[in-house]
Every structure is written in C-alpha cells, then in structure tokens.
Write a protein that binds this ligand. Structure first.
Ligand code: ADP
Length: 486
C-alpha cells in the first residue's frame, strides 16, 4: 500500500532500539492485516524479551543526556515532532486506516488529536515548577524539586494507534523520562511511523524505543519486572491492567492505567431531544464503537423512549459501511474476525432474553470484518449488554422512570470512565454529575476529550490522568531537600 503515500519511507517494519532499526535475533516476523479486506499489508519484526531488555538499558542511559538539555531545548524538539506529525498528517492517516480500519476522516482527526498531546506537553515541559516551603526552624530551608521518575514502560492498544501513544510518550519526554513502548500487534505501523518522525525531529537515541511483538505477556513481564523501569503506563483491558499492576507491585513501580469503560448516557425527558440523539449517536458509533468512552448503555426516560429509539434508528440506517480509504464510507470494519464474533454473541444474548433489534446486527457477506450498526430496545438487567463493554457498533437503549433509578443503573458496574447526561435542568446537571461514579462526565456534550483535560477513570476503569496540567505529574517524582546550617 506504500504507493498511496507521499512519503513511503514512513512505513517501517523493524523495531526501534537506541536509535537503530532492528530485527529479532530469531528473524521472526508477524503479519499486519487490513481489517477491511483481510489482506496482509506488512510483515513486522517480532521482538521479544531480549530486545525489550536491550531497549530498557538503552533508555536508562539516554536519560542522562536528555537531562543536560534545558527545558527550552527539550520543548523545541517536542515542538518539531508535533510539526512533523502534522505535516505528515495525510500519510499517517492512511497508514492508520489501512492497519486499523477507521474511516479516513476519523484517522485524520486522530492524527491531529494525537499530535495535540505532543504540542501541549512541549509547552508544559517549560512549566515544571518546584516549591519553597515555610521554614521549620530558623536555621533551615525546605524545598521541593520535581525530577523525572525514570524509564517508562508503555503498552498501548489498537483502537487509537497514535493518540494512545502520544498521550504517554509526550508527557514522559517532557518530564525528562525515556520510554520503551510495546504497541498493539494489530497496529504497529502507526507507532513505528511516529518514532521515525521523532527521530527526524532530533530526539536523541534511546529516548523513545519501540518493541513490536506478538508475545505481549513476555514483553509485559519484562517491562513490569525490570528494576530500571520505574513506571508502567497502560491503556487496554481491565483484565490485562490487573496483571500488569500485580507484576509491577514486586518492584513497587508507579502505574497509570486507562482500562475498560462502560459509559452510560442518561437522557432525561427535559432534554433537547435532537441534541441528545445526536450526542448519544456520535458517542456510540465513533471508531465503529471501539472506544473506551463510547456510549455503552443509553438510558432514556420512559415518556420519550419510543421517539428517541425511532430517531436514533433512522440515523443508524444512514451509515455506509466500507473500506476506510474510500471517502464514501462512513463506518469501517471491526479490528478482527474475533471482535465481530464477540459483538454478535452479545447481541444474540439480548435477543434470546427478549430484547428486539430495530436495525442492523448482521455480518454482511464479503471480505473484511464488518458488522452492521445495531440498535436494540427493550433490554433488562439480566442481559449481558447491561453489564459488559460492547466494543462495536451496537446501541442498547434501556428505559428508566426516575432520576434515582437512572443514577442507580448508571453506577451499577465496576467501571467508571466516562458518563454523559442530557437535561436542560441546571440543578439536575449538578446533582446527577456529582452522583455519577465516573472520572469524566459530559453534560449535554459527548465530545469531551482534548489534550487540555484530565482523561481517566475511577473504580476498575483505572488510575492516573492523561493530558492537561495534571498529566505531567504521573511522570514526575517529588524530592524534598532540607538545607541545614543556614
Ligand atoms: P484489547 O482488547 O484492546 O486488545 P488488551 O488489554 O488485550 O486489550 O490489549 C492492550 C495491549 O496490551 C496490547 O498492546 C496487547 O498486546 C497488550 N497485552 C495483552 N496481554 C498482555 C499481557 N499479559 N501483558 C502485557 N501486555 C499485554
């Protein structure tokens, strides 16, 4: 597919360690597949424990030279990286669409969104302040300085192949940390193109290493057990997050976890119905429903339920499924055949237990891992869709009677990432926002993410925040210095 790019040298198939493109000692490769066609588009070096180890040691060495640069110099490198990502936006979007499946318009959007974290943390890197504390005795002074925590091990998913990386790598570099990244095996090309651009921006060797590989448990084990790695940052499933936290405990590493979500959208009968349908719809079907803050359960008050379902269904029927590179497509495939099977099973469970489909829910004939956008009504709490995260284009619409009931249903999950509500009542906005056990709440708005806000969850959706002024803290250690004999 390189011929569709204006700079085909952005397609890299080797790992990147200490400023060198490397293959594995075994010479093993793994396939990268276009989910819209099932075709193999690249074979990438399958690295493992040995290479991860080398990358960690290189990363540790590199930090010393990065520390010799002033904040302004480090900021300039990050800024240059941002500029290069944006000037290659179209190529990066095409690479992403080919390996991940999302339609080109969304891929362009993700490149810009991902780049915004680099720009933001380029700026924030100049704003790492310490503190001078009140004197505890007259002959002493107490100060606090902030220092980089150390080598960062990062593991990222396939649903946002660029943004999930820049959100971690940009603040790490801004804080002075080096990174060893294991990208998802489904989408290594975006990660490798990003590191190529970081190299062109002048990032010193060893500061950002990428270890693509199929054996995630082995690579993850090395990252979480190596004493030189001081922090592990992960975006992915709650199941894997718990494994990584347990492993990290052995060497008491700091962890940041962006795990699963089960976002509810609460639509009250005093809401602007057009806005509510539009907002819930956008939050549901972005990236073909494969987003951790996707509307997972749409809860609608009974008096407007039928009308809401009717309008929502009408919109869902407008989607044009197809390969993301075609400008006519408005929804791409799911990531794998397994993903399609998983989503189908959840739909079948709800239908077996008495829910009904108003549209979609089928697997079209032909190549690629497509699933027609489904809207399901008349669900109850016995169905798997009421509890489990559905990572696909399925909109389960539940009915509620009262505000209390809606809050109870919304909170009845171990997850707590994002929640949304639609109402015109000011006091209800506050009341419900405060009652929702979630890290982020959108009131009359579902496009809530940005590099300037703290993204993250509570409960089993994780810990730590990415983006915003708070995002840098996760990569910094505080040191108290007591100056005596003054
Ligand atoms: P998803 O459902 O998004 O694929 P996963 O949590 O399985 O969620 O995957 C997210 C990332 O975690 C991917 O990069 C994957 O390779 C990696 N991963 C999966 N299992 C493990 C593991 N046991 N240890 C470390 N990383 C893992």
């Amino acid at each position: 597919f390189e011929q569709i790019l204006s700079d085909s040298s952005l397609v890299k198939t080797h790992g990147y360690i200490n400023g060198e493109w490397v293959v594995s000692a075994s010479g093993n490769l793994f396939d990268v597949v276009n989910p819209a066609t099932g075709e193999i588009i690249a074979k990438v070096a399958d690295l493992g424990v040995v290479e991860t180890q080398k990358a960690i040691v290189a990363a540790h060495k590199a930090m010393a030279s990065w520390a010799k640069r002033t904040a302004k110099e480090k900021s300039a490198v990050l800024r240059k990286w941002f500029d290069l990502v944006m000037s290659n936006q179209e190529d990066l979007a095409k690479i992403m669409t080919v390996e991940q499946g999302k339609v080109l318009a969304e891929a362009r959007g993700e490149v810009a969104y991902g780049a915004s974290y680099i720009e933001w943390f380029a700026e924030e890197s100049k704003r790492i302040y310490g503190d001078i504390l009140p004197n505890t005795t007259t002959d002493r002074r107490s100060v606090v300085i902030k220092q980089p925590i150390g080598v960062v091990g990062a593991i990222t998913p396939w649903n946002f192949p660029i943004a999930m990386i820049t959100r971690k790598v940009a603040p790490a570099l801004a804080a002075g940390c080096s990174v060893v990244l294991k990208p998802a095996a489904e989408t290594p090309l975006s990660a490798l193109a990003l590191v190529e651009l970081a190299e062109r921006a002048g990032l010193p060797k060893g500061m950002f290493n990428v270890v693509p590989g199929l054996d995630a448990p082995q690579i993850g084990e090395r990252l979480t057990s190596h004493p030189l790695v001081k922090k592990v940052t992960f975006t992915g499933s709650t199941r894997v997050g718990k494994i990584l936290m347990a492993q990290s405990a052995q060497t008491v590493k700091r962890t940041s976890m962006e795990l699963g979500g089960n976002a509810p959208v609460l639509v009250f009968d005093d809401a602007d119905l057009d806005k509510a349908v539009q907002g819930a719809f956008a939050a549901k079907f972005r990236n073909a429903g494969q987003t951790c803050i996707c509307a997972n359960r749409i809860l609608v008050q009974s008096s407007i339920y039928d009308e809401f379902v009717r309008r929502f269904t009408e919109k869902a029927e407008q989607f044009v499924l197809g390969e993301g590179l075609s400008e006519a497509s408005t929804m791409g495939p799911l990531i794998t055949r397994n993903a399609v099977e998983g989503v189908s099973t959840l739909v079948a469970d709800a239908l077996d237990k008495g829910a009904s489909l108003t549209t979609g829910g089928t697997q079209p004939a032909g190549e690629g891992y497509f699933f027609t956008p489904a809207v399901i009504r008349d669900l109850n709490q016995s169905m798997r869709l009421s509890k489990e995260e559905v990572f696909g284009p399925v909109a389960p619409i539940f009915k509620f009677e009262t505000e209390e009931e809606a809050i109870e249903m919304a909170n009845d999950t171990e997850f707590g990432l994002a929640a949304y509500l639609f109402t015109k009542d000011q006091s209800r906005s506050w009341r419900v926002s405060e009652a929702l056990e979630y890290g982020m709440v959108g009131v009359n708005e579902t496009a809530i993410s940005s590099e300037m806000i703290p993204f993250g969850g509570v409960k089993e959706s994780g810990q730590g925040r990415e983006g915003s002024k708070y995002g840098l803290e996760d990569y910094l250690e505080m040191k108290y210095i007591c100056l005596g004999d003054i």
